[in-house]
Design a protein around this ligand. Sequence first.
Ligand SMILES: O=P(O)(O)O[C@H]1O[C@H](CO)[C@@H](O)[C@H]1O
Ligand SMILES: O=c1cc[nH]c(=O)[nH]1
Length: 275
Amino acid sequence: MSRESEDPSDEEQYHIELREGDIAGPVLLPGDPERTEIIAELWDNAEELASHREYRTLTGTYGGEPVAVTSTGIGSPSAAIAVEELARIGADTFVRVGSCGAIQPEIEIGDLVITTGAVRQEGTSDEYVGEEYPASAHGEVVTALVTAAERLGHEYHLGVTCSTDSFYAGQSRPGFGGFRAAGAEARLEALREAGVLNFEMEASAILTLASLYGLRAGAVCTVYANRVTGEFRTEGQRKAAETASLAAALLTEMDRIKRAAGVDRWHAGLSLDAR
Ligand SMILES: O=P(O)(O)O[C@H]1O[C@H](CO)[C@@H](O)[C@H]1O
Ligand SMILES: O=c1cc[nH]c(=O)[nH]1
């Protein structure tokens, strides 16, 4: 891996308009800037720090633990900018909080999908590393998200996500005037047969960059659409917001428990208190 050390973290970052010391704790990454408020309403307290282009950042605490949220806008190019600039000011843990379209017929609108890894059907992560490199979620973030969803009693599915660059042709929707991209239906069918759970547009870039940089990332998305049954309803984004906020607090607690045990990695011999 080659890195340049030319990015002084004490400078305000160009897009997110934040600098080192502005944020603490895991950073939640919704696409939609309006979701930052829906997330922060769940916290003990919150304050808006910056709002520039699609990047809106609030910080606060949840369950007494520090947490931040920065919206990424739609798509992997802008999500990668968020990860780059947040990492430069000290963020080391990212939880994407998204909406998605299910690829399996039994997944219901309003359910959650927690991502274990993502098909890199976007171009941004290709700018960083060869296509054979996997977009894997960090085990600790997956553990925290699953623990949070279980504690909250939210219906969730755990598995592989497909991140696309196109909401329409890339997710096998017709384009304007009924246009059909060549191979789009076959791609959807191949993903369904492979057991891939959902489509969205940022997870694989976020996971790839975090993995390349030795940082932690994961994703939880609310299902708005089912690409097999044709349903579409914008229900349940609060469930992903609750799950990600609790997961952020759990990750901070897991780090404390690891430090006390003198270990670097979370493992089955460690246990979380009920929160
Ligand atoms: O709801 P968000 O987080 O924006 O996520 C999904 O919604 C957008 C498309 O409508 C894409 O960003 C996709 O990933
Ligand atoms: O179908 C959907 C719904 C939300 N976001 C997506 O990317 N796809």
